[in-house]
Design a protein around this ligand. Structure first.
Ligand code: SF4
Length: 423
């Protein structure tokens, strides 16, 4: 609380203390909130999933998620998958009920759930086109990243908007208040609203492509394969790891543009990409999490990924899963007898939008990583920049890089990694 207050606009007059409080918030984010979903729902296991709108059945009642609160959405999925609800859905001639993931909560659900949850289909700016597709009957939003632009599109398409918290209450949405005690009743209510909306939805033909993606990476997978991964890094076939984790925005070249360009540049340099959040869907939707991604990879990375049967981009789930990556970094540091800033790991939030992404960024700086961000997180033109440049490497080892150009960013990241490798 102290740190939140002391990083508010126009409050702290001391640059160094403001910076320290920001870093403190990063630690809180990394070591507490981010780990709760695994505690409650278990650690993900690698699995191949389908993605791309071509795998959404237009003849089913389709409920889309937005937000970050897995706990409620899991109860909606349970209700949607139940025999009772599936039977009710077949009454208006639906072939069943599916839950379609979007934004960070979908990325987290994809890491854990099967059944009638059919996977992840959109990041933040992908939600509007998905609702406009004619495939969706209801949107259930529990927290952040529910765009107000959904109202017009939903009105046009007859899609029911449902908010379970007033923070997601956009125009035309129905607020259904949720509490853990009432979760099952609320979930049924949500599903029934979607079935009702299906009755008047115009039928579209199935369209779009179907892609495969290998997802659900975790620190457990890395721990189980630690010796081989360390060996691969030591051989130099893979030079290092870039954690590319953020939202998507429209100012870093357009929707997903810098995410994709930077990832291609990193893969060309034999740098393995680990991702989470809206960045993950940007790459998943384009095939980077399947063998298609190998086309962009340089020889060393391609050989290693082919040998392991893994893609060159690994998905770790929700945007806050930067914590998983930090945990793995800690494991590497322990295994190699190094400190975190000495590892050949860099981080990037190439298209941040929400402060949440800056919280993840602060955590990466706490860990002593080189952190690339775009756009500028309101630091330039002030004394803060000098302080960050001069003091941060001394404080934590972290370095901040603000850059819009993907080629330049990848070059700086590669130089940083090579220095850590002693080459
Ligand atoms: S990555 Fe950012 S924009 Fe995307 S859902 Fe998470 S907080 Fe929202």
């Amino acid at each position: 609380m102290d740190a939140i207050v002391k990083t508010s606009t126009n409050l702290n007059a001391n640059v160094i203390y403001m910076l320290m409080h920001t870093l403190k918030l990063g630690l809180v984010m990394g070591y507490t909130a981010l780990r709760m979903n695994d505690v409650m729902f278990g650690v993900p296991q690698i699995r191949e999933v389908k993605t791309g709108v071509g795998s959404i059945n237009p003849n089913c009642v389709n409920i889309m998620t937005t937000g970050h609160q897995t706990a409620l959405q899991i109860v909606v999925i349970e209700a949607a998958c139940s025999d009772e609800m599936q039977r009710i859905a077949r009454d208006p001639d639906a072939e069943g009920i599916n839950v379609v993931g979007a934004t960070c909560v979908g990325q987290d659900l994809q890491s854990r759930i099967n059944g009638c949850f059919i996977g992840q289909y959109a990041n933040n700016f992908g939600t509007e086109p998905l609702v406009a597709s004619g495939l969706i009957d209801a949107v259930v939003s529990e927290f952040n990243c529910t765009f107000p632009g959904l109202t017009q599109i939903a009105r046009h398409e007859g899609v029911k908007l449902i908010a379970t918290d007033d923070v997601a209450l956009i125009k035309d949405a129905k607020l259904v208040s949720w509490s853990p005690e009432r979760a099952r009743d609320v979930a049924k209510e949500v599903v029934l609203m979607a079935v009702e909306a299906f009755k008047s939805r115009k039928r579209v033909e199935r369209f779009g492509s179907v892609k495969k993606a290998k997802v659900r990476f975790s620190e457990r997978f890395v721990a189980e394969n630690m010796e081989r991964i360390v060996e691969i890094l030591a051989e130099g076939k893979v030079k290092g790891i870039a954690a590319v984790v953020s939202c998507s925005n429209l100012v870093s070249g357009g929707h997903d543009v810098l995410i994709v360009d930077l990832t291609k540049e990193l893969l060309k340099k034999d740098i393995l990409v680990w991702t989470a959040g809206c960045t993950a869907y940007a790459l998943q939707g384009l095939g980077f999490m399947s063998e298609e991604g190998l086309e962009y990879s340089c020889e060393g990375l391609r050989d290693v990924c082919s040998e392991l049967g893994l893609p060159p981009v690994w998905d770790f789930g929700i945007c806050m899963c930067i914590a998983r990556i930090a945990t793995i970094a800690e494991m590497f540091a322990e295994r190699l007898g190094l400190d975190l800033p000495d590892l050949s790991i860099v981080a990037s939030a190439p298209q941040w939008l929400e402060e949440q992404a800056l919280g993840d960024g602060a955590f990466a700086l706490d860990c002593g990583f080189l952190l690339h961000v775009y756009p500028d997180p309101f630091t330039s033109g002030s004394r803060v920049v000098n302080r960050i440049t001069e003091e941060l490497p001394r404080l934590t080892g972290g370095r901040l890089l603000i850059e819009k150009d993907a080629v330049k960013t990848a070059e700086i990241m590669e130089r940083h990694i090579l220095k850590r490798r002693g080459s």
